[in-house]
Design a protein around this ligand. Structure first.
Ligand code: MTE
Ligand code: CO
Length: 390
């Protein structure tokens, strides 16, 4: 080694004075040295920030939980500024007793804690025709994974008494866009929740404070934020978000509709374009995340050579149904260029497809539901780039 390390031999400034006392930050914030760890948007994607999206910095995160302040945001008309005292949830339509609940009323129902990912159907949508955005935050960051506390929707629907012909629900948001989506009754009664809390605290305004619908494993658009009304009907409503949007135009001019479940997907978060290898050859830790709208992820494979040789990654952390999973692969980097990919297997046996396999079935018109295998090219300097291999 060179000379002695001053970080060891010299007294550091912070050892020489008293630090801030308790209550200096009554609601704690990260170290100023982590100020670069933020959600970011892509300016040219949307005309303004009110109907737009920003992205979770996946390359800066570990484990499986997304911190509340880093959960990506997708708003059609900005963040509704709701006074919870004036907020109501109404149940109407094909029910025996139309009901209106205050927030206090909802807190008197039995509640549950469950961890789920929310992925926007448009996540990775900009990559359909080829690699485009240079960063896992931008290619895959329309996802977050959160512990929700909420009331099973089934209990609320039972209270209202769904009529025998009530086979669909229409949740509606209290934001200016008044967003609505049709959801089949089987899903509503199965595992949907009316959530009040995320990761132990009240929902953040960006995530639908004070009430959001949780639709486990299904596309993010259905998770109506600022939830104010649920109508029960006997058919889907065919509103904007399930006709002109969130449908997949195929090559033959037909469109896939009601593609609710999110297919299994994975991505390497480190190394990646925003997180190059800085330490040179030698022991290297590769990590990433995987998820499936149909269950758990028992297995992820990783390749360093663009798919010639596959290795089984090490799963670490809790494995919950329809939740994010964390994988690692430690290897000795010889300093030569790499083509990194990960491939998820879910608990139904489904294997994540290549992008070409996906295009064979779905053509090139799509935006939504791109769960193809992502490739990062690493050069001799450890820099990473978003590429595609044949
Ligand atoms: N709910 C309302 N009321 N308004 C919206 O604009 N956006 C939807 C959904 N729910 C939206 C909404 C979309 S497209 C997605 S992907 C998710 O919320 C995003 O949730 P998030 O902002 O917590 O990431
Ligand atoms: Co969305």
């Amino acid at each position: 080694a060179a000379g002695p390390d001053p970080a060891i031999t010299q007294m550091q400034p912070w050892q020489q004075y008293l630090g801030a006392g308790v209550d200096a930050a009554p609601y704690g914030v990260p170290s100023p040295h982590e100020a670069h760890v933020v959600r970011r948007n892509v300016e040219w994607l949307t005309a303004d920030t009110v109907s737009s999206v920003n992205f979770t910095p996946l390359h800066e995160l570990e484990g499986i939980i997304t911190p509340n302040g880093l959960c990506f945001e997708r708003h059609h008309s900005g963040v509704a500024e709701i006074d919870p005292g004036q907020h109501r949830l109404m149940i109407n339509g094909l029910v025996d007793n139309p009901l209106v609940f205050t927030m206090e009323d909802l807190m008197r129902f039995p509640r549950e804690n469950r961890t789920y990912f929310l992925e926007c159907a448009a996540n990775t949508g900009m990559e359909w025709r080829g690699s485009q955005l240079n960063g896992v935050q931008f290619t895959h960051g329309m996802i977050h994974n959160v512990v929700y506390t909420g009331v099973p929707l089934r209990l609320i629907l039972e209270e209202a008494g769904v009529r025998t012909n009530g086979s669909w629900i229409l949740p509606e948001g209290a934001d200016a866009s008044g967003m609505t989506r049709s959801i089949p009754m089987e899903k509503a009664l199965d595992d949907c929740m009316v959530a009040t809390h995320m990761n132990g605290e009240r929902l953040r305004p960006e995530q639908g404070y004070p009430l959001r619908l949780v639709v486990p494993g299904w596309e993010g658009n259905m998770w109506v934020k600022w939830l104010r009304r649920i109508e029960v009907g006997d058919a889907p409503w065919h509103h904007r978000e399930e006709t002109s949007k969130y449908t997949d135009l195929l090559a033959d001019g037909q469109a896939r509709r009601f593609t609710w479940e999110m297919d299994a997907k994975s991505v390497i978060t480190n190394p990646s374009p925003q997180a190059p290898i800085l330490h040179g050859p030698g022991p290297t830790v590769l990590t990433g995340v995987a998820w499936s709208g149909r269950g758990t992820i028992p297995r992820v494979d990783v390749t360093l050579d663009g798919g010639i040789n596959w290795h089984r990654a090490r799963m670490s952390g809790p494995s919950f149904d329809k939740s994010m999973h964390r994988f690692y692969f430690e290897f000795d980097w010889d300093g030569r260029p790499l083509l990194l990919q990960s491939r998820a297997h879910d608990s139904t046996g489904y294997v994540q497809p290549t992008k070409d396999q996906l295009r064979e079935v779905r053509g090139l018109n799509s935006i939504y539901h791109n769960n193809g295998i992502q490739t990062w090219a690493i050069n001799e300097r450890g820099e990473a780039e978003n590429v595609e291999v044949g």
